[in-house]
Ligand binder design. Structure first.
Ligand code: ATP
Ligand code: MG
Length: 380
């Protein structure tokens, strides 16, 4: 099979690596330069996008912020999975909120802001603790502003004054006092079959994912049902093909959808060591019409993102049940450089491994690691 992926970052790289044993050839589109590149070396290939589309059995994306002209060209080939509509919904928070409302899926209370003065209505209707998000081009907490008190509203308005809110509206969301964040990653095949990975618990710091634990501890069937139901409604709506991720806030016994990602997702990286068939391989299988692979977890897994640093000790490779995945990037603040997957039979195993791992890492860059280890140690 030949697959063309739009986007040439780590997700394209990991999709490619997962599909090599299946005999796939994978090329990537550098969407900034409109060129076809090798997903590992990122070297430009001597082939046009049109030629690459012609040769491909399936096209897909590693991220949702692909320029619309490229998406249209991909969609018109009839080989783009998931569909352009699903991708655009993940790329635009206004579309996303509209779909969630239409499908009656619980999500955080919000208001769409097309004029800065509407922020007053947002405070009046939603309360003074708000998170304001640009409707497009946000990721990893970029394009977000927080309002802690209505006293800060004038200065926030000033900060946002230069934005063209008609072109790119803002979403003002109520700050949800969640108990924790969870996500569901699942795959839907060409013929509608669905496989779910277990829910993951996700720890964020400054709007960025730092640690995922899967299966998430202390999950009951009612939570799983809510998550599966939200996923199924969304997947059915788009006649979705491929891996889809849904991020949730848990508030008491209720799940609210935070956002959806029409692609493989950082909170599913644990599946590389934690299951028979990773989210990357299942995405490649789904879009090419192959049977989906087993998504059950072997035991307990944790995924630790390496963010904004490269001064860890590679002696961590001496640890058992610890796998390093690097993306080959040069270091920059807040940049995802790679991740570490840990596996164990119990949460206590994971806790012990996390504590040991911390000795090899510059801990200031891993603010969630030791706290999570303490928490997991108390579960088993
Ligand atoms: P990513 O690309 O990492 O998924 P993002 O930039 O797309 O991030 P969100 O997922 O919307 O943005 O927000 C990032 C994080 O900010 C969330 O995971 C959560 O920790 C926090 N957050 C977002 N919205 C809310 C909210 N309404 N209430 C409380 N916290 C929130
Ligand atoms: Mg998110």
């Amino acid at each position: 099979m030949n697959v063309l992926i739009y986007g040439s970052g780590q997700l394209a790289q990991m999709m490619y690596l997962s599909a090599v044993p299946l005999g796939f050839k994978v090329q990537a589109v550098d969407v900034a330069n409109h060129t076809v590149v090798d997903p590992i070396s990122k070297m430009k290939l001597d082939i046009s996008i049109e030629q690459a589309i012609d040769r491909a059995d399936a096209l897909s994306v590693e991220f949702e912020h692909v320029p619309e002209d490229l998406l249209e060209q991909a969609q018109s080939s009839g080989k783009l999975y998931p569909s352009m509509e699903a991708i655009l919904t993940g790329a635009d928070r206004v579309r996303e909120k509209n779909v969630l409302e239409k499908l009656q899926i619980n999500n955080s209370k919000h208001l769409i802001i097309t004029d800065i003065e509407q922020l007053d209505d947002a405070v009046a209707q939603l309360g003074e603790k708000l998170i304001i998000k640009a409707s497009r081009d946000g990721y990893d907490g970029y394009g977000q502003w927080r309002l802690a008190s209505k006293d800060d509203l004038p200065s926030l308005k000033q900060q946002l004054a230069d934005l063209d809110l008609v072109q790119v509206p803002l979403i003002a969301e109520q700050m949800v006092p969640f108990d924790r964040e969870l996500s569901l990653v699942g795959a839907r095949g060409l013929h509608g079959e669905v496989k779910f990975y277990p829910l993951a618990e996700n720890l964020h710091h400054e709007g960025q994912l730092h640690v995922s634990v899967a299966p998430a501890p202390e999950i009951d069937n009612a939570l799983i049902e809510q998550a599966h139901s939200a996923f199924t409604k969304l997947a059915d709506e788009f006649d979705y093909v491929g891996v889809l991720a849904v991020e949730f806030f848990q508030v008491g016994k209720q799940l609210l959808v935070n956002e959806i990602a029409p692609r493989v997702h950082n909170s599913g990286h644990w599946s590389m060591q934690g299951t028979d068939c990773s989210q990357f391989e299942n995405h490649m299988r789904a879009i090419t019409g192959l049977p989906l692979g087993n998504t059950q977890a072997y035991g307990k897994s944790a995924m630790i993102n390496i963010i904004g640093c490269d001064d860890y000790s590679t002696d961590l490779l001496s640890l058992d049940h610890c796998n390093l995945h690097l993306y080959g990037k040069t270091v920059r603040a807040k940049r995802k450089m790679g991740h570490i997957n840990l596996t164990g039979n119990t949460y206590a195993d994971l806790a012990e491994l996390m504590t040991t791992l911390a000795k090899y890492l510059p801990v200031e860059h891993f603010p969630k690691l030791l706290g999570e280890a303490d928490k997991l140690a108390k579960i088993d």
